[in-house]
Design a protein around this ligand. Sequence first.
Ligand SMILES: [Zn+2]
Length: 218
Amino acid sequence: MRLRAAYLAAGLGAVMMAGPGAAVAGCSGPFQFPVEDLDQSVFRQVLEVTRDEIERFFDFTFDAFCMDDEEYGAYYDIRANTLVVGTQFFLDVANPPGNINRAIGVIAHEAAHAFQTKHGLLNMLIETNPHRVKCIELHADFLAGGYMGWRARQYDIDVSKMTEMFFDLGDDMTQNDGHHGLGPERFLSFRQGFNTVTDDEITLSSMGIAYVSQAKCD
Ligand SMILES: [Zn+2]
């Protein structure tokens, strides 16, 4: 979600230039530790189950799922193939009780970047429009929505809390290369994905690309 522009640029460079074997396995950051080592057992359990489900849904396997005590946000580390979530950020998003699905929505958005990387979509989405970060981000919001819609068949999910959060995550920096999308655009992308009923991730992604292209990302 808070995939910073600079970070994304670095990640894209790694995708395009680094060959196989460049990956570093495990939670390698100085303040990182695996989710399995988390103290709060309830959250640990939720996160472990979420990772399993997300990997199944997106047909993708992370090398590690890490908490980071110094990061305030979440990101997919392309080089290490790890999903990283700031510990305090996670607690803030998941609280007060009843908001755990918001945190899972953020994690799903980051997992969507892993899916995009696996399928070579980062380059393709960049070619769609010069507002490249925004195309990638709105597509990730759509995929996160699709996952949460799928999840809503098993769990009780208040979609208004989710759409509210994606609205709030929007930014107004339309002239900035790191612009992720306006609040209404992010909210709509997420909701469109949520309302797309499919358990096939490739179909979901194609529909997301069609949606993003239509929105022209600008
Ligand atoms: Zn993102």
